[in-house]
Design a protein around this ligand. Structure first.
Ligand SMILES: [Zn+2]
Length: 54
């Protein structure tokens, strides 16, 4: 299965992992702007990485 990992480089932690089967790129963007907006507003750099897991 393929996942998107939302990582904050300022906090140096993974904020969440989402299965791409249920969350497409638009949905992920939406999540970043809603759930993780505090990081974005603080000027943190959010990276969205792809990873696979079986
Ligand atoms: Zn952060």
């Amino acid at each position: 299965m393929e996942f998107r990992e939302i990582y904050c480089s300022n906090c140096k932690k993974v904020l969440g992992r989402y299965n791409t089967k249920f969350f497409d790129d638009d949905k992920i963007d939406e999540l970043v702007n809603t759930l993780y907006s505090t990081h974005v507003r603080s000027g943190h750099r959010i990276n969205i990485r792809k990873f696979e897991k079986n």
